[in-house]
Design a protein around this ligand. Structure first.
Ligand code: SAH
Length: 388
């Protein structure tokens, strides 16, 4: 790995004088080995470091007792272990927890922990804000601010482990990680891929590839790139059975329409020998929840390795949509199943602390708004009979 691919923080005068200060949470194993080589150390030092960082949850070089004193001294001069700062934490009545994290003075983002009887899922962010401008998403409202670094992505899992009381050698607390927080992970490809490597590495978080899910709004070309890079579970935000409606709800569809997106999805499964792709479908009252639309969706996906996950719309201040009724959601699911497509309804979690899907926002003060496409007028669409 080339040194210029290493994540540098450039923080402080000392760092500049000594060359560069590298945040080790941003380096997957190959990057860490390259970094150790620049210090004149052997590759096994990288493995030792990973063991301390991820297995033992250690965040101070001086505590890494089996590293030679000289090496620790070099690390102190050339490297840092910098994590996002926790600004607030909120707990919901169902045990869901949400943290607001600060990347720097003006940038904030959120992560959510969702405990279930048989697993613990951490939902992490990949960007501060988002440029994709999906019509029903709270994150879209704030526009795009910046990409999170690899260390900020990895740091979320590390911090959640610490916050939730993970002990070295103890049981796993976080069994699943989903990139379903703020941002479009495939729009931050460069930083997300090394983060995924650290999540999967057996010396990193050692998560099973089926338990790490990347959710995308449908950047088809990046799905092809992903297929070349790494094997994780893929979830795709479909939300409509036809291009006319999808282009209104998920504006990236104007650039990469459904047929192109699905071709990329099937390619991903072929390349990665994957089992199936989860298609997310937010249930918007009177917009995309009719039986006719359920049948159209079933026709699109039947015969393919696809599952549909119906997400009841989660409201937020200023939202222009309403959640479909429970009866409509169940009827939609049953119609899909009759049409030969596996379908489930996502249980809403953490609603009382605005931690549910699509409700995440960072309280960003210094924001540059970049949006793809114009915002959708839900009322206009309903008036135009989009949900008929
Ligand atoms: N950018 C990625 C990941 C983001 S969010 C993506 O688009 O897939 C994860 C899921 O929550 C996506 O399917 C997204 O469309 C959905 N979502 C966004 N806003 C929502 C809302 N208000 N209610 C329910 N689901 C929502």
């Amino acid at each position: 790995m080339a040194m210029d691919a290493l994540e540098t923080t450039g923080s402080g005068e000392a760092g500049a004088a000594a060359g560069r200060v590298v945040n080790l949470f941003g380096l997957p194993r190959a990057g860490l080995e390259a970094f150790c080589a620049t210090l004149g150390s052997k590759p096994y030092r990288a493995r030792q470091l990973m063991n301390w960082l991820y297995r033992r949850g250690c965040e101070r070089f001086e505590d890494m007792s089996d590293l030679a004193r000289d090496f620790r001294g070099q690390l102190a001069a050339r490297a840092e272990l910098r994590l996002p700062e926790i600004v607030t934490v909120q707990s919901a009545s169902d045990g869901t927890r949400k943290w607001l994290l600060r990347a720097d003075q003006s940038q904030a983002f959120e992560m959510v922990y969702i405990p279930e009887s048989d697993r613990g899922t951490l939902c992490i962010s990949s960007q501060v804000g988002c440029a994709l401008d999906c019509a029903f998403c709270a994150t879209a409202q704030q526009g795009f601010n910046r990409n999170l670094s690899t260390a900020e992505i990895v740091g979320q899992v590390w911090l959640a482990n610490r916050e939730l009381g993970f002990q070295a050698g103890g049981p796993r607390i976080i069994t699943n990680v989903v990139l379903m927080g703020m941002g479009e992970p495939l729009a931050n490809f460069r930083n997300v891929i090394p983060a995924l490597r650290i999540l999967l590495d057996d010396l990193g978080f050692d998560l099973s590839r089926r338990r790490v899910t990347l959710s995308t709004s449908g950047l088809a070309p990046q799905i092809y790139r992903l297929a070349q890079e790494i094997n994780v579970a893929l979830a795709v935000s479909l939300h409509a059975p036809d291009d006319a409606l999808r282009s209104q709800l998920v504006p990236i569809n104007r650039v990469h329409p459904i047929a192109e997106l699905l071709a990329a999805c099937w390619h991903y499964l072929d390349e990665q020998n994957g089992r199936s792709i989860t298609f997310e479908y937010v249930m918007l009252d009177g917009v995309n929840d009719s039986p006719v639309q359920a049948r159209a969706l079933a026709r699109l996906l039947a015969g393919h390795p696809a599952k549909v996950n119906l997400i009841p719309f989660n409201p937020y201040p200023g939202a222009q949509f309403q959640r479909s009724s429970e009866a409509a959601i169940e009827a939609f699911r049953d119609q899909l199943i009759r049409g030969g497509v596996m379908a489930t309804v996502r249980r809403t979690r953490g609603e009382d602390i605005d931690a549910a899907c699509g409700q995440l926002v960072g309280r960003v003060t210094d924001r540059t708004v970049v949006r793809l496409g114009s915002r959708v007028e839900a009322a206009r669409m309903r008036a135009a009979g989009a949900g008929a």
